[in-house]
Write a protein that binds this ligand. Sequence first.
Ligand code: TYD
Length: 210
Amino acid sequence: MNLPQRKFKGKFITLEGIDGAGKSTHLSWIAEQLRVHHPEVVMTREPGGTPLGEKLREVLLRQTMHPETETLLMFAARREHLDKVILPALMRGAWVVSDRFSDASFAYQGGGRGLESDKLEILEQWVQQGLQPDLTLLFDVPVAICKQRLSGNARFDRFEGEQEMFFENVRSAYLKRAARYPKRFRVIDATQSIEQVNKQLQHIITSFCL
Ligand code: TYD
C-alpha cells in the first residue's frame, strides 16, 4: 500500500519549530481558524497523540538513551499515531493538525543528534509509506531568543535543556527541509508579536483553505 495513492478527504497540517519558537501559543488559534472552514478538526501532537504514544513521550522527554533508541521510539510512537489517529481522521474527511511530525525527527535526531539522514529516510518510508503533510508551518526564531523565552520555565525536559549549538543545528536542519520542500513548508517569522504572527498565519490558512 502506498498511502499517497489513497484519496484522503481530509488535509494534514503540521506545526514545527525549535523549543521556545512559540508554536504552542498559536495552536488553539489555528484550530479556531480552521474550524471556520471545516466541521471536524483533530488536534494532536508528537511524540504522543495515542495512549501508547503518550507513555513513550514520557520516556523520551525524561530518560537518557542512545540517539538511535530515541529515533526508533519517535518513529514507533508515530506508527501508532498514524494507525490510531491520523489515518482514520484523514479517511473520514477530518482535518488533522499535529504539533510536530517527522520533520522534527530530521531536525532533532538528524540535525541535533547527528543521526545519518539515510537511516531517518528508511524509517520515514517504513512508517509513513510516502505520506507527508499537506502543509507544514515552521515557526522560525533565532536560538538566543528561544532560550530567553524558555528561561522562565521551572523545569526543562531532556530536549529543552540542550546547549545552544544543539538548537542551532536543529534550526538549520528545519530551514534546510523548508528549502527542500517549498511546496508544503511555510516559514513563519515568529520573532514578531502574537498579533503579527497571527496575521501571517491568517494569510497562509485562508489561501490554503480556499
Ligand atoms: P514539544 O512540542 O516541544 O512539547 P512541549 O511544547 O510540550 O515542550 O515536543 C517535545 C520534544 O520532542 C521537543 O523538544 C522536540 C522533541 N521531538 C524530537 O526530538 N523528535 C521528534 O520526532 C519529535 C516529534 C519531537
